[in-house]
Design a protein around this ligand. Structure first.
Ligand code: BTN
Length: 246
């Protein structure tokens, strides 16, 4: 039986909740059954081996965060950016419902920043055996203080509690995020992309992404970053964006 937080959401076919887990993405990526038309949701109170992008660890061994993975079948894996964009927008607009003045932006490709600090990371993976099945991992820092973070994250990460002093309901936040995500992935993607583009963090800045250096012009509708370099406009498919000026 689904918990009441998902009442009225027939598309949530299953919900799995754990007190302590290595990683919700790892669990979802190797799960033996798959959703039919909807989604499975995996949530952990804490993760002792949270996974980040590019093989990095993601700190989530603390209660009070939203550590969640969504498992969903998709028609065309080459269109995975639709899901990246939809979940990024869903997270921002859901946080704005609680904190209307929050200075939230998307750092390409899918970190969410509050001001100049990261508040949320997103990790998209495909299911180990089913390449048409996507796992969308969300790590959102909510009801905990910065002294729960490892020291090296104190100046670069943040949580909503640190920013506002306010605790919010994790289950209600999860419900709104999922509701928005389901809506945005089916919506007009040109409109969704316009919104995504207005929320980009530090568009117009001098950046490097791996070997490319130049001005961060825009993000294309398929998710590549457009960098204006001395040798012309480059489309960069993936990588870590670094800002070269303060
Ligand atoms: C990143 O910022 O590099 C992406 C972080 C993604 C973290 C989330 S937390 C829930 C899910 N389970 C994981 O192990 N990772 C994702």
């Amino acid at each position: 039986m689904l918990p009441s937080v998902f009442s009225g959401f027939p598309f949530v076919e299953r919900f799995y909740s754990y007190t302590d887990l290595a990683s919700t993405n790892e669990k979802a990526c190797s799960f033996s059954t798959l959703p039919e038309n909807g989604i499975f949701v995996f949530q952990a109170d804490r993760q002792n081996q949270g996974k980040g992008r590019r093989g990095k660890a993601f700190f989530s061994d603390v209660e009070g965060g939203l550590w969640v993975s969504i498992l969903t079948r998709i028609d065309d894996i080459s269109k995975h950016f639709i899901h990246n964009r939809a979940i990024s927008l869903a997270i921002i607009l859901s946080l704005k419902q609680h904190f209307p003045k929050a200075p939230l932006n998307i750092k390409w490709p899918n970190d969410i920043y509050w001001g100049d600090r990261k508040i949320c990371g997103i990790l998209l993976e495909t299911h180990t055996l089913e390449p048409q099945t996507l796992v969308i991992g969300i790590g959102l820092n909510i009801n905990f203080h910065l002294d729960n973070f490892p020291h090296e994250l104190h100046t670069i990460a943040t949580s909503t509690l640190h920013e506002t002093g306010k605790q919010i309901s994790l289950t209600r936040l999860l419900r709104i995020i999922i509701e928005h995500y389901m809506e945005y992935k089916e919506a007009d993607q040109f409109k969704m992309h316009d919104l995504y583009s207005t929320l980009l963090y530090r568009k117009g800045s001098r950046v490097s992404i791996d070997k490319f250096k130049g001005i961060f012009q825009a993000v294309g509708i398929d998710g590549h970053a457009l960098i204006n370099t001395p040798t012309g406009l480059q489309q960069v498919v993936s990588g870590t964006m670094r800002f070269l000026d303060k």
